[in-house]
Write a protein that binds this ligand. Structure first.
Ligand SMILES: C[S@@+](CC[C@H](N)C(=O)[O-])C[C@H]1O[C@@H](n2cnc3c(N)ncnc32)[C@H](O)[C@@H]1O
Length: 360
């Protein structure tokens, strides 16, 4: 089969990846979930296989890339968990979806600066199948490690980057969206009607089939300690509200947001909001006391991120840098609306950042 690609489309995306996707379609269709998986995670040409995607020079910003202050605040939360566990000699932080390790570096720097036993006890393990960072204090793993006695699992914007199934409600039930190549473009077609309970009866919506098993694996990594998740998302009632007819799928290319996953294939991020109700239920189901969701702007403010700004007053350059980062990280219409969920096991006490939330 000839794989001539119309130059406009090829020039916008990665031509090698586009050819691979067309080849896998073999003249037919693939589910949208598979299209998204190839676009983001193809082992050679997927979007996340190349470094530099996140940050000012890339396509979008995440909290750890704004300023190390984000990681310092999270580090103080981790130290609190370590203290509640009676300061064990070995304490492991796992970070699935660590990217290039920016969060880990900030956490380790903060701990080292404290010169306390917390820093001595820390082992930091990035569980990241796509990239490898340069901080030699971080151990990079691709598989699943054995569970540890004491630790934390941190994940910042992992779940909203997972390939998701896409559906469109019809009068006969939800049809799964598939993708085919029409000779010039990737186009959508409706697949078979699927039997699904309690899903929207109008418009488009996503269901993430990978979130639950990944959460289960995460929850099995520690015998006691905590899970801390940060993602764009809504509880199910809001995620699937009757007025949300277009779902939540969005794309980022050079800091411009749009809704077409078939442009810039392999060169743009594709993301969907997570179902926070599912993650919250999962945390409880897998044996954790669950807290949140609470918005990041509230969580960071309660952790005292404002004090990190004030403590730099003697150096004006650093002070204004931190002040600007504070505004970005706590902007309720931007990164501040990211939702934080926690799971706790073997820990008592009022949990920093969640003070007004009662455990369920
Ligand atoms: C949106 S990026 C976030 C990176 C980093 N946490 C940050 O906040 O800057 C999502 C990351 O999750 C990683 N990822 C995707 N699927 C994964 C999986 N199944 N296990 C671990 N990491 C995964 C991707 O390679 C990517 O680095």
């Amino acid at each position: 089969m000839a794989l001539d690609i119309e130059p406009g489309i090829a020039a916008e995306g990665n031509p090698a990846l586009i050819k691979i996707i067309i080849k896998e379609m073999d003249g037919g269709t693939i589910p949208f979930e598979r299209f998204m998986e190839l676009a983001l995670y193809h082992p050679e040409h997927g979007y996340y296989r190349k470094s530099g995607r996140i940050g000012r020079q890339g396509d979008f910003l995440t909290s750890p890339t704004i300023h190390p202050m984000f990681g310092w605040a999270i580090a103080s939360w981790c130290e609190w968990v370590w203290q509640q566990l009676d300061e064990p000699d070995t304490f492991t932080i796992f970070e699935p979806g660590a990217g290039e390790g920016t969060l880990g570096t900030a956490i380790l720097d903060w701990a080292e600066a404290r010169k306390s036993n917390f820093s001595q006890s820390l082992r930091y393990i990035a569980l990241e199948p796509n990239t490898e960072g340069t901080d030699s204090r971080i151990q990079w793993l691709q598989g699943n490690p054995s569970p540890v006695q004491n630790g934390i699992v941190l994940a910042n914007e992992l779940f909203d980057a997972l390939p998701t199934r896409l559906f469109e409600a019809t009068e006969r039930g939800p049809a799964e969206i598939h993708v085919r190549w029409d000779g010039n473009n990737f186009v959508e077609v409706r697949g078979n009607i699927t039997v699904l309970q309690n899903v929207p009866t109008k418009g488009r919506f996503e269901i993430n089939g990978k979130a639950w098993p990944i959460l289960e694996t995460m929850c099995g990594l520690i015998k006691q300690g905590a899970i801390l998740l940060a993602d764009y998302g809504y509880e199910e009632e809001k995620l699937w509200a009757p007025w949300r007819l277009q779902g939540t799928l969005s794309c980022f290319y050079h800091h411009t947001a749009h809704e077409n996953p078939y442009r810039h294939v392999g060169e743009q991020d594709i993301t969907a909001h997570v179902n926070l109700s599912e993650l919250a239920t999962g945390l409880q189901n897998f044996g954790y006391e669950q807290l949140g969701p609470t918005p990041q702007h509230e969580f960071l403010t309660k952790l005292g991120i404002g004090d990190l700004v004030e403590s730099a007053r003697s150096d004006l350059g650093s002070y204004f840098e931190r002040r600007q980062a504070f505004q970005t990280l706590t902007d309720a219409g931007g990164l501040g609306k990211i939702q934080i969920l926690a799971g706790l096991r073997g820990i008592k006490g009022t949990v920093p950042g969640f003070e007004s939330n009662e455990p369920t």
